[in-house]
Design a binder for this molecule. Structure first.
Ligand code: SAH
Length: 346
């Protein structure tokens, strides 16, 4: 396996059958070796700098019904909320003081936020914080809508492809949502000029090693600025309540592999990773990640934006989360910096 890992580092890709072999047969020693190489590559491009993104979960209304997601339309047990423009701007102000230079607006696909409503909010953030990046994570919209939001001042867009394989995609989503249209959105976003983040859940129900190999090959082809992966974690009010969570080991291995495949990509150690293991985000950084996305949402809505069970930091103040994060990153030799943290993968 060591030869395959060396080859991945040198060639920055692997043929599909080698990806499958690597993902099926890796041992803890292989993970240790891969993570060491991943740290080396990350160090070359980004040193020991960790970028932070302030996550503002601005609505949990969603018209979609994804089988894995806790805020799916059919979940009647979720208390629904949406933040006003004034509250969103307040979150940004608090974030700016805490050193954030990127704000991520994430939410369900909420019809209230029409192009007019959302461009107005984006424009207001852009005007007040000209030195910050604005990232949207609001699901599938028309190309024209993406363009309007871009023109209003949004720079980045996170849209995980979730799984490349169309049959697997169909087993995670209701009829009407397709892998093809998700992927089309990503290409549109890139064409418009957004810095794009894609990615997938690790260990989602029915996921095979072949699916993962296809996910990696798709990411190689898309060549996004950022890749977000995290373990699938069941939510008790979804059709996948009884399914198993994705594993820490596989997630860490994939983080290291993605770092070698796309050396300059921004790679977050996600909240889901921090949820399945108490030191999950630190382990993610030690596997090659260089971004963390602390929560800037108002404390009173945190507990309502539950995509999965046991999500961390639902009770913390933003300041508290950031202070804890700085401390835990320092303890493993990394510095949380005040920086937009633009991707070097262009
Ligand atoms: N509505 C937006 C934002 C989705 S939430 C969109 O469509 O892009 C962000 C990500 O959380 C999703 O892309 C999905 O990969 C992840 N997610 C959702 N439910 C999850 C679960 N049960 N376990 C782990 N990750 C989950």
């Amino acid at each position: 396996m060591k030869q395959l890992i060396d080859r991945l580092e040198q060639e920055q890709t692997l043929p599909r059958e080698d990806w499958i072999r690597l993902l099926e047969d890796f041992t803890p020693e292989d993970t240790a070796y891969l993570c060491e190489r991943a740290r080396h590559v990350r160090q070359m491009h980004y040193q020991n700098r960790i970028f932070i993104r302030g996550l503002i979960e601005f609505t949990n209304y969603c018209k979609n019904d994804c089988f894995y997601c806790g805020i799916r339309r059919s979940n009647c047990n979720t208390h629904r909320y949406r933040l006003s423009k004034a509250t969103i701007l307040d979150c940004c102000r608090r974030g700016y003081e805490l050193g954030f230079r990127t704000f991520v607006l994430q939410g369900g696909e909420d019809g209230h936020f029409t192009d007019a409503v959302l461009t107005d909010i984006v424009h207001a953030i852009r005007t007040e914080f000209p030195d910050c990046a604005i990232t949207l994570s609001i699901g599938e919209r028309s190309r024209d809508s993406y363009q309007q939001l871009f023109d209003a001042g949004a720079n980045r867009f996170l849209l995980r492809h979730e799984t490349f394989d169309s049959t697997h995609y169909a087993s995670l989503h209701p009829a009407g949502l397709t892998a093809a249209s998700r992927q089309k959105c990503l290409w549109n976003l890139k064409e418009i000029g957004y810095q794009v983040g894609s990615g997938f859940m690790v260990g989602s129900p029915g996921q095979t090693t072949e699916n993962l190999a296809d996910d990696l090959l798709f990411l190689k082809k898309l060549n996004p600025q950022m890749v977000g992966i995290g373990p699938f974690i069941p939510h008790h009010d979804t059709p996948f309540a009884k399914e198993q969570a994705g594993s820490l080991e596989l997630t860490l291995f994939l983080l290291g592999a993605i770092r070698l495949m796309l050396p300059k990509v921004l790679l977050p150690a996600t909240t889901a990773l921090g949820t399945i293991a108490p030191d999950g985000r630190e382990q993610g950084v030690l596997a090659g990640a260089n971004v963390v996305m602390p929560n800037l949402s108002p404390k009173d809505v945190r507990g309502d934006y539950l995509l999965y069970d046991n999500k961390i930091c639902t009770g913390d103040e933003a300041a508290e989360s950031v202070a804890n994060l700085k401390r835990s990153m320092q303890a493993i030799g990394y510095d949380v910096v005040v920086d937009r943290g633009d991707s070097l993968n262009m």
